[in-house]
Design a protein around this ligand. Structure first.
Ligand code: PRP
Length: 184
């Protein structure tokens, strides 16, 4: 799926696939330098992080393992409540491991704040976060994020893993939707 397939549904391209690729290359270089001589466990948070995980991991030269979690916020609507339910847990024992959580976006920060505390309670050597996107103005809780691709305005974005009603995840760029799509 690309710009032309979006027709009138696309408002604008916020981050092109070239911009994303360039930034992920920089982030991977930082990760390679920071964890030199160590072996990383990348933890992807389903489902949005699939694209970031696929592209970021292939730019990392260190030995890595990958595992996945699926979580869901309790509460109504689409907004995070901060109370998180694990739908799929890790298969990996975190004892002594250097863990890097890979996310597509940090919005309120509630999901990641909970996830950090949860994973840190499992005896890892370290737990850090890498996210492609962060919305600083939407933050409800401060989360210490080691690697951030782009800080963006608090607008609704889709593509590169991010969905609207499960659609648009397979766009190669990050964009905003025309208001008629979501009834705005
Ligand atoms: C997104 C994103 C984070 C969370 C961030 O996932 O991948 O996990 O929301 O929001 P927060 O900072 O406000 O907690 P989502 O719940 O949309 O699920 P998905 O990855 O399956 O699309």
């Amino acid at each position: 799926m690309d710009v032309q397939d979006m027709g009138q549904d696309l408002e604008k391209v916020l981050l092109s696939k070239e911009q994303i690729d360039t930034r992920l290359t920089e982030m991977a270089a930082e990760i390679d330098a920071d964890y030199a001589g160590r072996e990383l466990l990348l933890v992807g948070v389903l489902r949005g992080a699939v694209m970031v995980m696929a592209d970021l991991s292939r730019k990392i030269h260190l030995p890595i393992e990958m595992d996945w979690m699926a979580v869901s916020s309790y509460g109504s609507g689409t907004k995070s409540s901060g109370v998180v339910r694990i739908l799929k847990d890790l298969d990996t024992d975190l004892h002594g491991r250097d863990v890097l959580i890979v996310e597509d976006i940090i919005d309120s920060g509630l999901t990641l704040s909970w996830l950090l505390a949860n994973l840190r309670s499992r005896g890892p050597a370290s737990v850090e976060i890498a996210t492609l996107l962060r919305k600083p103005e939407a933050a409800k809780v401060a989360v210490d994020v080691r690697y951030v691709g782009f800080d963006i305005a608090p607008e609704f974005v889709v593509g590169y893993g991010l969905d609207y009603a499960e659609r648009y995840r397979h766009l190669p760029f990050v964009g905003t939707l025309a208001p008629h799509v979501y009834g705005g």
